[in-house]
Design a binder for this molecule. Structure first.
Ligand SMILES: [Mg+2]
Length: 284
């Protein structure tokens, strides 16, 4: 049994399966001085527990310190890919230096130096979204309506089961016809439904991988159904990690229970990056 495998098993209090620990051990042994590793992270449910007030969703205890340690090492390219607007991540994470964030599932890209790129949507798609926004502003069926530049979202986190069923039924009835229009996609997630246009997280991961040397270690960590496209996008080139208290069907390679196993993963990442003495991160 090698050192990494032992550390993973011990520190996770034996909740990590031997099979998962072995895969992770193999992954971390792949860190080499020749390539800057790429750490791709979802935020809500992955780095931070859910909070009904999403502006109060702080990272799991110790996770911020571990991410700060990885950032201080300057050996990893760390990127957050989130369904939130990109600007919301830095204040919640509270890291000393800005990091790259892809917001709105990949629709917008915020570079560490403050540059910003947005995907362009066809006018017809914009017009349809405006119609739905006006409708949901008037009545969101008891759910929380969130307007995004590329999407309309209805949330029902915190609702009773009966209320949730009511909100979901009416939201589906509103969104499903619009989802048939070319350019739109329906995106179910835990306690909500999003009708969106443009890139998804999988497309964001593909773009990032295309910028990364082929032999660089890369991992994507996510919890939700919206992360499945990202898991599939990285499958030939890196490690996909489902971070979640309960297991579910997934395309991910391994499953980690937060926060303990997530912390062990990040500590092992920092150790592997330190040992690899890799080159400075590439700046896009
Ligand atoms: Mg999430």
């Amino acid at each position: 049994m090698n050192e990494t495998y032992e550390a993973l098993t011990r520190a996770s209090e034996r909740t990590l399966s031997p099979e998962n620990a072995k895969k992770l051990g193999q992954f971390f042994r792949g860190f080499t001085p020749a390539a800057c590793p790429l750490l791709l992270l979802d935020y809500d449910g992955t780095l931070a527990p859910f909070h009904v007030d999403r502006f109060q969703a702080a990272p799991w205890p110790d996770v911020r310190d571990l991410l700060q340690h990885i950032q201080n090492q300057k050996k990893t390219r760390m990127v957050v890919i989130t369904g939130r607007p990109a600007d919301e991540i830095a204040p919640l994470l509270g890291l000393n230096a800005p990091l790259e964030v892809w917001g709105l599932h990949g629709f917008e890209r915020l570079y560490p130096d403050g540059r910003r790129e947005q995907e362009h949507l066809p006018d017809a798609v914009d017009r349809q979204l405006d119609k739905l926004r006006a409708q949901l502003d008037r009545d969101s069926f008891g759910g929380l309506f969130e307007s995004k530049p590329n999407a309309a979202v209805v949330h029902w986190r915190g609702a009773t089961p009966a209320q949730a069923a009511h909100i979901e039924q009416h939201t589906c009835a509103l969104f499903e016809p619009a989802a048939q229009i070319p350019g739109f996609r329906l995106l179910p997630f835990e306690c909500g439904l999003e009708l969106r246009a443009g890139r998804d997280k999988g497309a964001a991961v593909e773009l990032l991988m295309a910028e990364t040397v082929a032999h660089a270690p890369a991992a994507y960590l996510g919890d939700d159904l919206t992360d499945e496209t990202a898991f599939r996008a990285i499958e030939d080139r890196g490690l996909s990690v489902l971070v979640r208290k309960e297991w579910r069907e997934t395309a991910a390679d391994v499953w980690l229970k937060p926060p303990e196993e997530l912390k062990v993963f990040l500590q092992n990442w920092a150790n592997a990056a330190e040992r690899s003495e890799s080159l400075s991160p590439l700046v896009p």
